[in-house]
Design a protein around this ligand. Structure first.
Ligand SMILES: Nc1ncnc2c1ncn2[C@@H]1O[C@H](COP(=O)(O)OP(=O)(O)OP(=O)(O)O)[C@@H](O)[C@H]1O
Ligand SMILES: [Mg+2]
Length: 342
C-alpha cells in the first residue's frame, strides 16, 4: 500500500464566472522514501492538489466531485476534523507557497518552532523526549531545546542565540531553513513542500535542496515537492508527475521521464527550457495558452496546443497507460506496445 494515493481526484472551484473544473482526475502514488516532483505551468492545480492532501482547501468555494485521497489507506476527505488535526503537522506537514502563512513576524524564531513542537507533543509526547506525565514547564523547555536542535540540524550557525531572533533578522535562505526545521520537527511521514526555493537565488536554492533531500533521506520521509522548475526536479526528485490543467499527464522515475518523455506536453516543457536553472513562470513560454477551466476543451485538455492532436484526442480524457513499471503517460499517441510514441 503506498503511503499516499491520490485516486482520480476531481475538484471544482466556484467563481464569479462559473464553476471551474480545476482538478480533472488527478492520480498519484507516493511511497515511503520517494521524493516526488509535481510540475506544470501556473494554474494547473499543483497547490490545490497539495493542499487537498492536508484538506486545507476551503469547501466552498471548492467542491470535491469524485475521487479519494488515501493516506496510509485512510481517506483524508472523509476523516473527521479532530483526526485530521492530529494528522496535520504531525504525519503530514507542509511548507506553503504563500510566505505570509509561514513565519510570524512578531514571534522569535525559536519560539515558533517550539510552539509547533509543543502542539505536536500534545498527541505525541515522544517527540519531546518526555513521558505523558511531564509538567507544562518541562514540556516548554524540551520544546525549546528541540527548536534549537532543529535549527542546528538545518545549518543555522550559533543556533541557541539565533533562536532568540525575529524572522526579519534572518536572510531569505535562513528563513527557508527555519521553515524546513519547522516542517520536520514532528518527524512527518509525508512532507508537502510548495515551491520551497522559488524565492531564492540559484546557489542558495541548490544548497537548500541538498539539505532538504539529505534530511528526508535520513528519516525516510516521503516528499511531494511542488515546483515550476524542472531543474529542481532533476536535482532532487526521485520521481516526477507532470500536470496539465488538473490532470497528471505523465509520471514516473525522474530520469526516465526527463530522458524519454512520452507526452507532447512534457516534451514541450523540456524543449522550452532555456537553461538548466529554469526560473518560476518560464514554463509559460510554450505557444498557446492554458485552457479555460470553466469551459474546458473536450477530451485531452492539451489538444488545442498539441502539434500531434487528431480527432481521437477530443473524444475523452486519455487514460493513463504504463510505459514501464514506473512510467505512465496519458496520451492517445503514446504507443506503448511498440515502445515508441507515434
Ligand atoms: N481559493 C480559490 N478560489 C478560486 N479559485 C481558486 C482558488 N485556489 C485556486 N484556484 C484556481 O484553481 C486553479 C489551480 O490553482 P493552483 O493554485 O493549484 O495552481 P498552481 O499549479 O499551484 O499554480 P502556481 O504555479 O501559479 O502556484 C487556478 O485556476 C486557480 O485560479
Ligand atoms: Mg501553486
Amino acid at each position: 500500500m503506498p503511503l499516499l494515493h491520490i485516486d482520480n481526484l476531481h475538484l471544482a472551484m466556484r467563481s464569479y464566472e462559473g464553476e471551474a473544473h480545476v482538478l480533472n482526475g488527478v492520480d498519484l502514488q507516493v511511497d515511503r522514501g520517494q521524493i516526488w516532483g509535481l510540475a506544470g505551468e501556473t494554474g494547473c492545480g499543483k497547490s490545490v492538489t497539495g493542499l487537498s492532501v492536508s484538506r486545507l482547501v476551503n469547501t466552498p468555494p471548492a467542491r470535491y466531485m469524485q475521487g479519494r485521497i488515501l493516506f496510509d489507506g485512510q481517506d483524508v476527505l472523509r476523516m473527521d476534523e479532530a483526526a485530521m488535526r492530529r494528522l496535520r503537522g504531525r504525519a503530514i506537514s507542509m511548507i506553503f507557497q504563500d510566505p505570509s502563512t509561514n513565519l510570524n513576524p512578531v514571534l522569535r524564531v525559536g519560539e515558533q518552532i517550539a510552539d509547533v513542537a509543543l502542539e505536536i507533543g500534545r498527541h505525541a509526547p515522544e517527540i519531546l523526549g518526555l513521558g505523558a506525565q511531564a509538567s507544562g514547564a518541562e514540556r516548554r523547555r524540551a520544546a525549546e531545546r528541540l527548536g534549537i536542535e532543529m535549527l542546528e540540524r538545518v545549518g543555522i550557525p550559533d543556533a541557541a542565540r539565533r533562536a532568540r531572533d525575529y524572522p526579519h533578522q534572518f536572510s531569505g535562505g535562513m528563513r527557508q531553513r527555519v521553515l524546513i526545521a519547522m516542517a520536520l520537527v514532528g518527524q512527518p511521514r509525508l512532507l508537502i513542500a510548495d515551491e520551497p526555493t522559488t524565492a531564492l537565488d540559484v546557489t542558495l536554492q541548490a544548497q537548500i535542496l541538498r539539505l532538504l533531500s539529505e534530511l528526508v533521506r535520513r528519516s525516510d520521509t516521503a516528499v511531494l515537492m511542488i515546483t515550476h522548475n524542472l531543474g529542481v526536479v532533476a536535482q532532487i526528485c526521485s520521481h516526477v508527475a507532470v500536470m496539465y490543467a488538473g490532470h497528471v499527464v505523465e509520471s514516473g522515475r525522474t530520469r526516465e521521464v526527463l530522458q524519454s518523455p512520452r507526452h507532447p506536453y512534457t516534451r514541450a516543457l523540456l524543449a522550452a527550457l532555456p537553461r538548466p536553472g529554469l526560473q518560476r513562470g518560464q514554463l509559460a513560454n510554450l505557444p498557446g495558452r492554458v485552457p479555460d477551466l470553466i469551459r474546458p476543451p473536450p477530451g485531452c485538455r492539451f489538444a488545442p496546443r498539441c502539434a500531434q492532436a487528431g480527432p481521437a484526442c477530443t473524444v475523452a480524457t486519455p487514460a493513463s497507460v504504463a510505459v514501464s513499471d514506473s512510467h505512465r503517460v496519458a496520451c492517445v499517441h503514446a504507443d506503448v506496445t511498440r515502445g515508441v510514441p507515434a
